[in-house]
Structures are given as C-alpha cells and as structure tokens.
Design a binder for this molecule. Sequence first.
Ligand code: NAD
Length: 472
Amino acid sequence: MSNKQASFLASVQRNFDKAAVHTGLPKGLTDQIKVCNAVYQMKFPVKIGNGYEVIEAYRVQHSHHRSPTKGGIRFSHLVDQNEVMALAALMTYKCAIVDVPFGGAKGGVKISPRSYTPAQLERITRRYTVELIRKNFIGPSVDVPAPDYGTGEREMAWILDTYNTFKGGEIDAVGCVTGKPVNQGGIAGRTEATGRGVFYGLKEYCLQKSEMKELGLTPGIEGKTMVIQGLGNVGSYAGIISQEEGGAKVIGVSELEGTIVSDTNINIKELLAYRKSKKTIIGFPGTKEVKVREDWVGLECDILIPAALESQITKANANKVKAKIIGEAANGPITADAEDILLKKGVVILPDMYLNAGGVTVSYFEWLKNLSHMRFGRMEKRYNQNKNMDIINTVEKMTGKKLTSREKAQVARGADEVDLVRSGLEETMVNSFYQIHDTLRKKKGVNDYRTAAFVTALNKVANDYMTLGVFP
Ligand code: NAD
C-alpha cells in the first residue's frame, strides 16, 4: 500500500470524524455510515501478448442506504483497496449532497492504461465486467459504474456490451453503466459534466460578495486567474468552460510532462490540440516552462484547481500555496494535514464531494433516461417551440414590430437534451451550494466548506437510515 493511498483514506475518515461531532447523530449510526458495506477484491488472468497477466481489481460498495450504488471505475497503477474505499465513501457523501438517490461505490483496476493496446484494454475491461456480473456487483438496480481517472466512454461501451451479452433480455440493461457514448444509451453533456459542474460551483462561490471582500477579491468569476493541475477530462472542461462562459483567465497548467505559465490567458482548447500533436504541453506558444513540475502548487493565482489525483497538496507543500481559493476538481487532492495548514492561512477550499459532483449528477440523468427509454426533450421540444412562436407572432401583431426570421428561430427554440442537462446540472450545483453555505453560516463550530458539506451529507444519509427503520 502506498503512503498516498493510505493517507487519502485516513484523510477522508478524519474529515468525517471532524464533521460527525457537529451532527448530534448517535455513534452507532455514524459508525454505520462511515464503514464500507462490501469490498470485492478480484484477481483474474488476461491474455497479453504471448502470455497471461494476472490483473488485480476492486469494486467497493460503500453504502447500501439507497439503491443502486454508483461510482466510477479507475484504471491506474496506483489503485489499491484503501484508495477505492476512500473514493467509494466520497461517492456516498457526494450523492447525498447533490440529492442523487444512490449509495456510493467505486471500482479500480490496477493497470497503467498507457502500457496496453486498445485491444488489450478491451479484454481487461470485459473480463473485469464478467467478474462484477458473477458476484452481482453490477446492474441497473444494483450497482452502476461510470468513468473515472483513466477511463472514458469507450470503456463504458465495452462494459455495456459485456453486460448485454450475459444479461440479454433485461429490459433496463442499458442502465447498468453511465458515461456511455450518446449513440449507445449515453446522454448529451455527460463528458463535460464534471468540469462544467466545477465551473458552476466556482461561479456561485465567487458571487458571494462578503466572502470575496474578505479575500480581497471582486465578486464574479470573470477575470479571476486560475492554475490547473491535470488536463484530462475534468481539468480540461473546467478550464475551457471557465474561460469561455465565465471569462476566467487560465495562467498556469501542469501535466505529467511539466508545468507552464503565461501572463495572459492560456487557451485550453488550443493547448489540447497542441498536446495531441506534440505529445507535450511544453513549448506551447506564449507560455514559459516552470523548472520544477511540482511548483504548480505555489503559483500566484486566485483559484488553484487540482484535477489529477489524490494527495497532491500535502503538509510538505501546503505552505507554498499562494492561491486564495482551491477548487477540488479531483477527488481528495488535499490531505487532512495540508488542509489544517491551508485553513490557518485563510485559503478557502471548495471540497471535492461538492465541486466535482457534476459527473454523478449527469450520470443520474443518464440512468433516468435509460430507465424511461426516451431522450430528454423529445415530448416537449416542438410543443414549446410552437407555443413560443405563437407568443412572438401575437406580440408582433400587437406592437407592429418585427423580428428577423433568425431572431424568431432563436427566441422560439425548444430545449434539446443538452440544454436540459446543463440546466439540470446548474440547478443542482447552485442549489447544493446554498445548502452547504447555509450549514456553514448557521452551524456553530463549523468553519469551513468541507466540514459543512460533510455535515449536510451525513444528516441526509442518517435521515435515510432512520426512514428505513434501521436506526429508529
Ligand atoms: P483523466 O484520466 O481524464 O485525467 C487526469 C489527468 O491528470 C491526465 O491527463 C494525467 O496525465 C494528469 N496527471 C496525472 N498525474 C499528474 C501529475 N502528477 N501532475 C500533473 N498531471 C497529472 O481523469 P479525470 O476523469 O479527469 O479525473 C481526474 C480526477 O477527477 C480524479 O481524481 C477523479 O477521481 C476525479 N473525478 C472524475 C470524474 C469524471 O467524471 N471523470 C468525476 C468526479 C471526479
């Protein structure tokens, strides 16, 4: 077990304990909420090249207070049981915070995906899925995986196809996994969802006038400087959407090959294209390389966004942080020791279990779409469009003023699936922000966003247990 993974689980449990004392819940109940309900460790052989490799993998269901359980699958050579347990626990609290009716789960396969060909990755993914089916650890009403670090819609499509092979005829089979390609039961807007949720959360926080004043910042995300670690799914969309829709300025980016900075805005879309062709972010026009990659932590900026992996800001480097706000796009990027240092320095941390919950929120929408067997917007889009056109025509008649046909089409347009998904996501992130904010303002002794988020989540999960009659 690596130190980082062990300290990740320990940090989640320490943060839990710090919050639990503010809930007033009986110890037996908080003990039950804290533990992982089921841990499945598996080892299976996969043909790689001329021989076989034994692959180590996990699926952890943290809490069965709601069904199905839900959580991503990670492919990384760092995967171990502690890491998957920590991530599964975070999923329970995350789902509770954004009112997604699932228990938390997580999966992990201990491989470095870059070391395998697509055909080998397909064999590993399919074999892993078979293991899950054999132990009843997957199914639309049992446990529903999704993408995480090192996986994406390609892997989710393999999982669905394998599930269908074994469970042909199950009417809701397509809901056994989320984050699928749109043409295979996925939902428009899922790929960007976590990064988009990060943007909505940061935007709402930056609107808080008194809190911005305390940090010496002006309200609004526009013009805020950002540094991002990890330009994968979450980091890249968080950056692109913050730039394009929020007017934020990305002035630093860190990836495996190094860290770059700029005095102006680093265009993330262009940087991604550059990295695709050159296989590195180093040398991107208008940027300079920072000598030591890890120095991204200490770059001067308003908002620091760790979007790679856990345990990146530790007690060894927390003192270097110059940012005023840290938006945890990754899961567990700050250890509990580092958090103590940062809070003392007055840094505001928007916690993972809230800020990156956009992915599971839209996964929930995808699962609902799968169970209803119909895309969102199909019933009402034309109706709304025709109604809007009637209103415009009536107003034109009454006022004698005319819109161009282009303006008319724009105003009258009914919502597509992606519009509804984004709207549902924004509503969720804003609503959840104020639930946490309310706890922070009203609960004596709760002084930071993570503790407030935990208290909010624990009360909801506890309420479910009590409703179930488990803890009267
Ligand atoms: P990803 O694999 O798409 O991207 C991660 C990126 O981080 C990669 O580009 C990788 O090269 C980079 N990276 C790894 N180590 C690094 C280091 N030391 N320094 C700089 N860059 C480094 O993964 P992702 O899906 O974007 O997930 C990132 C984080 O967000 C994880 O903690 C994950 O659990 C969390 N998360 C993901 C989702 C989702 O929907 N994908 C949802 C919620 C939370």
